[in-house]
Write a protein that binds this ligand. Structure first.
Ligand code: ADP
Ligand code: MG
Length: 230
């Protein structure tokens, strides 16, 4: 199935209750993401970018409004069904990596493949680790790896289920310039070669400028939505 817009965000809001007060973190956001496009989300710290990414990817539920991912309305799904949708279509690179501490780098990358019941998972996971330059570290645990190396394991894991859409929260934020360049190339190669839709949260305006469109969030509101020259 090929949908024109892989992601449709309509009147999306998220608020938290704390100490009897309502904190509105996202306020009535609307946008459409064409299938196969590369997009950046920018905005100050605390503006709601990570929250927005989590809602778009079905990791969390909105307070109101809807998220339609690959033609599927996530609001009406149970937790389990949302997990299935994520496993089928979505890759996610977390700001804080979220690797499983008791598993090696290789095993972390194998998890999504195992969940999908695929074959040859060890060889495929090794190939992915090789792509991010970590073939020699496959048997190391997350605590034995630097921040940048953990970031790259998390990228290999996100690529492993060949997602239709990849969300990345500050994917180059913890990397030195050279590794950052390599990660950028991996992301854009995936976009060009496999047609994977990209949604990147970034502070790096140079990276944002390499996408086709920049969505700017401020104080939980979408304040601009512009095409770039890329
Ligand atoms: N679970 C939560 N409970 C209460 N407030 C939260 C929660 N998660 C995020 N927030 C608040 O939402 C706002 C936006 O956070 P976040 O989406 O992480 O911003 P960004 O990624 O743009 O830095 C912040 O003020 C943050 O403190
Ligand atoms: Mg964030």
């Amino acid at each position: 199935m090929l949908v024109e817009n892989i992601l449709e965000i309509t009147d999306l809001s998220k608020s938290y209750q704390s100490a009897g007060k309502t904190l509105t973190v996202l306020d009535n956001i609307n946008f459409l993401i064409p299938t196969g496009s590369a997009n950046a989300i920018v905005g100050p710290s605390g503006s709601g970018k990570t929250t927005l990414l989590g809602l778009c990817a079905g990791l969390d539920r909105s307070s109101s409004g809807s998220v339609v991912l690959n033609g599927i309305n996530l609001n009406t799904l149970s937790e389990d069904k949302r997990a299935q949708v994520r496993n089928q279509f979505v890759g996610f690179i977390f700001q804080n990596f979220q690797l499983l501490p008791t598993l090696t780098a290789l095993e972390n990358v194998m998890v999504p493949l195992e969940l999908r019941g695929e074959r040859n998972i060890k060889a495929r996971a090794l190939d992915l680790l090789d792509k991010v330059g970590l073939a020699t570290r496959s048997h190391h645990y997350p605590t034995q790896l630097s921040g940048g190396e953990q970031q790259r394991v998390s990228i290999a894991r996100a690529f492993s289920n060949q997602p239709k859409i990849l969300f990345a929260d500050e994917p180059t934020g913890n990397l030195d310039a050279e590794t950052g360049e390599r990660v950028q190339k991996l992301l854009f190669d995936l976009n060009h070669d496999a047609g994977t839709t990209l949604i990147l949260v970034t502070h790096d305006l140079e990276l944002a400028g390499k996408t086709q469109r920049i969505l700017k969030i401020k104080g939980g509101k979408l304040v601009s939505d512009e095409k770039t020259l890329a």
